[in-house]
Design a protein around this ligand. Structure first.
Ligand SMILES: CC(C)(COP(=O)(O)OP(=O)(O)OC[C@H]1O[C@@H](n2cnc3c(N)ncnc32)[C@H](O)[C@@H]1OP(=O)(O)O)[C@@H](O)C(=O)NCCC(=O)NCCS
Length: 154
């Protein structure tokens, strides 16, 4: 991964569940509660990676990943609006892929079909569209594209 000094990558601490919920509710229509972030932070099959501004300690981006055996699912990934367009989403996704448990060989995710920036980012990473989940999202209702990547290079 390209080294960058402006960001520090790590997993979220339990004290950060409240702020993650707050950011999440600003970004996503179907927001996750503080309790669900707390649950994910403590879960042995979920990860909550964050990218933190090295200087200020502020969370610039966050994600939520779950995994079972050889498959992982990226359930959330978001960059705080003020930090977008600076490669932070790309860096966080790289960090996630590099730090995912060794047994994971396939990463899946769903994305709103109208979310062209995210779809573009995933395609740049080698994710391909596998299918569509009808009316997967609400608020507003929309189909999801199911995207996948096989990780054989580790
Ligand atoms: C999708 C998201 C995570 C991208 O994060 P980011 O830090 O802004 O993205 P990056 O700067 O790393 O750019 C990654 C790619 O996204 C696309 N992209 C990002 N911003 C873009 C813009 N303003 N115009 C066009 N493409 C853009 C480009 O393909 C870009 O790659 P490139 O710079 O090589 O062209 C961010 O826009 C976001 O948080 N969106 C809201 C939450 C969300 O939709 N998450 C995905 C849910 S599945």
């Amino acid at each position: 991964m390209m080294q960058r000094d402006d960001l520090t990558f790590r997993y979220a601490h339990k004290e950060e569940a409240a702020i993650l919920h707050e950011y999440d509710s600003r970004i996503f229509g179907d927001s996750w509660s503080e309790k669900s972030y707390l649950g994910s932070i403590f879960s042995s099959t979920e990860l909550v990676p964050v990218a933190v501004d090295t200087e200020t300690g502020e969370i610039a981006a966050f994600a939520a990943v779950s995994y079972v055996l050889d498959e992982a699912n990226i359930n959330r990934i978001a960059v705080i609006p003020e930090f977008r367009g600076r490669g932070i989403g790309t860096s966080l996704l790289e960090w996630i892929e590099e730090n995912i448990p060794d047994e994971v060989t396939e990463i899946n995710l769903e994305v709103r079909e109208s979310n062209k920036y995210a779809i573009e980012m995933y395609k740049n990473f080698g994710y391909t569209v596998l299918g569509r989940r009808k009316k997967f999202y609400r608020n507003p209702e929309e189909d999801a594209l199911l995207m996948t990547k096989r990780k054989v290079d580790r």
